[in-house]
Ligand binder design. Sequence first.
Ligand code: SF4
Length: 198
Amino acid sequence: MSTARRQLAVLYSDISTRTQTIAAEHTWWPCKKGCDSCCKNLAAPPAFTPLEWEVLWEEFTQLPLATQHLVRDRVAQLAPNPTPGPVPTPGAVATTPAQGENPPLNTHPPTTEPRYTCPFLNVESGACLVYASRPAICRTYGFYVQRYEGNWCNQILHEVTHREQLVLWGNQETVDSTLRRLSGLPISIHDYFALKSQ
Ligand code: SF4
């Protein structure tokens, strides 16, 4: 395994520790198996860094051939068939929180922007077909914030706002800069599948 792959594995492990800690400290946390709302409401077709793709691809190519074909078909159909809103939208934090406090949260009206369902989602079960190899954003979503903006759906926004409990969010900017250092810029799902078809 390359050094970069090992470092990516460490990053995934660190994310897992943070998300499990948040979920353990807040047993009402909505992110758990069966909730596929974020996978069905992507703001754009998936795009991951080359190293993340490499890891994901290894699991993808172990799936039954019929499932692989299904995913490939979905990728081909992805661009022309976005699902219009309303959908959960990320919340934004208005000001820097004082130490020991949750950040104040802004709410946004539901967007009418097109939304996408991830081709790797098993829509019957609500489970990810490549769960063990899913990229970083799929691991951090719902648990991490960047600057004053959260990567979360309105359900989390609602829960956190009304329960007024301290949440030690993960830092999405640190994750993104680590990914850039390890692997460069993201590649879209269309480009990556096209590359693999050559
Ligand atoms: S890769 Fe898996 S976890 Fe990530 S958006 Fe797609 S279905 Fe969801």
